[in-house]
Structure formats: structure tokens, C-alpha cells
Design a protein around this ligand. Structure first.
Ligand SMILES: [Zn+2]
Length: 107
């Protein structure tokens, strides 16, 4: 039985990828389009490093999941979730120019 895995570059989503030696006994790949080196998702041992983890975290935060719930469900650390939150640049656009009270407590 032959299993085929299609790899895409985590940075530019290109499929123009070649093998680039081994790093810590895991196959390393090189993207010919943007020269990014990476290890495929199938070989990663920590779930927080997978390429779709950030999109999952953001989707769960928007749907109202708590930080600890996300950590348990996805099997990743609380620090990864907090770092993802810090990395987001969401611009709030107020409807008025002045408010008496303003509360921002949700993502
Ligand atoms: Zn690339």
C-alpha cells in the first residue's frame, strides 16, 4: 500500500517543494518559491506547531471557547494560545468618536 502526502509551504502555500536533508531525525523540506525550510506536519510531535493550529485557535476564540478549553481540546499549551492572541492585529472601529464607558473583553 502506498500513501501519498501532498506538502504545501506553510508560508506561501506553494507545492514546489524539495527534500532538504534531515533535522533531528525528521525530514526537512525546502520551498523553491520562497526558500522557507520546514518540517512537514506529519512528522511534528507537538500539535501546537501544526500549520492549521492558529486558524483553529482563532476560530474557537471567535465562537466563544475559553482559553483553557481550547488548550485541552487541541492538546496544546496555554502559552501557544496566548501567543496567538498577541500576534493578532485586529483593528476596532468604533461607531462614535467618543464614549462615556468602553469595555473590550472579547476577542
Ligand atoms: Zn514557500
Amino acid at each position: 500500500m502506498k500513501i501519498q502526502i501532498t506538502l504545501t509551504c506553510p508560508q506561501c502555500k506553494s507545492t514546489n517543494i524539495v527534500k532538504n536533508g534531515k533535522k533531528t531525525k525528521k525530514q526537512n523540506y525546502l520551498c523553491n518559491a520562497c526558500s522557507r525550510q520546514f518540517i512537514g506536519d506529519h512528522a511534528l510531535s507537538y500539535k501546537g506547531a501544526h500549520s492549521n493550529t492558529i486558524a483553529l485557535i482563532i476560530r474557537m476564540l471567535v465562537r466563544g471557547c475559553g482559553l483553557r478549553e481550547i488548550s485541552v481540546i487541541l492538546g496544546i499549551s496555554l502559552g501557544k494560545i496566548l501567543k496567538t492572541l498577541e500576534g493578532q492585529q485586529v483593528a476596532l472601529q468604533p461607531k462614535r468618536s467618543f464614549y462615556d464607558k468602553l469595555e473590550v473583553d472579547e476577542f
